[in-house]
Design a protein around this ligand. Sequence first.
Ligand SMILES: *Cc1c(COP(=O)(O)O)cnc(C)c1O
Length: 717
Amino acid sequence: MATQQQTFHDKLHALARNYWWCWQPDVVAVFRDLAPVRWRELDHNPVLLLDEFTPESLEHRGREAVLHSRVNYAYRRWQEYMTSQHTWGDTHTGLLGHNPVAYFSAEFGIHESLPNYSGGLGVLAGDHLKSASDLGVPLVAVGLFYQEGYFVQQIDETGWQHEVYPFVQNKRLAIKPAKLPSGETVVVQVETRNGPIHAQVWQADVGRIKLFLLDCNVEQNTPEDRKLTARLYGGDQRIRIRQELVLGIGGARALTAMGYQPSAIHMNEGHSAFAVLEFIRARMVEDNLPFDEAMQKTVWHCCFTTHTPVPAGHDRFDWGLFDEHLGPIADQLGIGAGGLVALGRVEPNNASESFCMTVLAFKCSRTANAVSNLHGVVSRRMWTGLWPWRSEEEVPIGHITNGVHVASWLAPQMKLLYDRVLPLEWNLRSGEPAVWADFENVTPGELWETHQALKNRMILFARNRMLRRAERLGLPASETTDIHNCLDPEALTIGFARRFAPYKRADLVLRDIELLGQIVADSKRPVQFVFAGKSHPADNNGKAILQRIFKLTQEPGFKGKIVLLEDYDINVARHLVQGVDVWLNNPRRPLEASGTSGQKVVLNGGLNCSILDGWWAEAFDGRNGFTIGNGRNHTDQDVQDDRDAKSLMRVLHEEVIPLFFDRDDDDGLPQAWIARMKRSVRTLGWRFNADRMVMDYVEKAYIPAAGGLSSDMGRLP
Ligand SMILES: *Cc1c(COP(=O)(O)O)cnc(C)c1O
């Protein structure tokens, strides 16, 4: 990596092949400035962008746009980052030794150009890797490579969602074949009762972190199995168990083949729980141990994070599928499929209970955690059956509240403000409250102008998205004119974007259409809504909710004031969380385990208006946002929905709207609103960021798992 010999061309190509670039505003800006229009059209994929240049044309363009010193600087910073020995990890993860944590997840949301995620779980995993990299925590990650991603969402003229599956060409992504120490590419094999499944392994570099993605599209597989990992969460239960077999057992084998001996194994959600079985098997062989002993020794190193407070949301497999796929390893473990199935049951001997991945993960981990304080309470209640001799409070499931990766979600313009008022190198200490306290010193006018600029940017982005759809559908010119005039930069702008799972109740605000109509019709105090979100391809209820919202956006009185953006992804999310005034979150309590999108909004000065669920239940202090409802649940879903809808309208009408339009006579600024923005950043930024989260995982899960210390999250018997 000698800097001297590297040309402009080499440096740009090297930067494009480590996802570190995507959380460096200056490097993003270099790629953008190379070819601004193509940059947008190519989904911000620098590998694709650079492909469009010859070495000569790149050199020429570099001179023309005066990019050489910016690239030299970025490249040097990157080299320093990659080799730094003064990280938090260097002083806090000594107990892990040279053996990294192995982090397993079915999805990873790193950047929009790598469509390997469906929603919050994946983005959380991506943020985890980025913070682990920034902090210098030794960690390797394992997932699957989905050649067709989740899906691209298209909304037709009637508002119905259609799924499009673009085939992602591997060579157009920043991934490369993973290599064995011998230099050969990694191919793993997993047995089933009906023959083996093969997978090759791709490597994506995420700063200092290596992310390994298993891909079943290899010659050795049957035509059917070549498509096994094509789509994330696509297909039936059979595809699901085969994917999870490849992720867990295949992933563990890949790590071993590459020479990794993980000090801790972290299962992010239960999808990857089969990994533990492979580690147990390997230990039985290596140390010549019986199953029980090998299991005890392996489980000692395992940590599990549960994300799902909905009983139906946990993967379960019937006996036929289970035996076909787990039979071979169960035989190797010496307990047979009949013995192994008991590890996935709350009541081991209950033959009518199907095999549950979450149960397996709980039984095979030393520490287990939920993802918010409230989710911890819910999870302990939900899983008391696993520890019938313990009281609910003593169920050994702790919690580590989710957080977001600051550098990925903070707008560059807002970062300039941070850089000015927060202590030097605040980004290296973003888990400390004292570091964020200085945000109080931002001048109100400056904060407001910065926010306003981001809001304008978001509005332009939204119009562009809508124009793209209008063009695809060939909508009439009048429609295009309407789009150019939609969304008012002066209006109170409320955002709602996330997966359209029914429990998230995207249509809650539509429950009283008449009142909603009055709210958006008030010309003195204009209010507007921006919606976005994908529904799972098989979820027709979710699609119906989407369609309902779409139809409203077409009605006179609502048109241009309520808009729906197509194809929610990390890019859309970034624009929305950076540009809205208010972020609306109204899940059916207590079904939102944590939620993270509102945390992204916090960083950029937007205010949360949320049900007291997930992270918000421990975040709201009365003056750092707005709360819907009183934190109580009702057994009748309809009653709860009605009550929450009324409360939501009341909060908008009596608190949010008046505060936003309460302007100072002298400078025209909403002083009380700005005070709330500051309080939100100051009280929430340090807690709900991924650096703090990863530091918690290191201290409460990884170090105990690696070094045998006890954890205050509670140990499984
Ligand atoms: C942050 C994020 C999410 C998670 O949103 P929630 O409101 O927590 O469900 C989902 N999708 C994308 C693309 C995100 O960036």
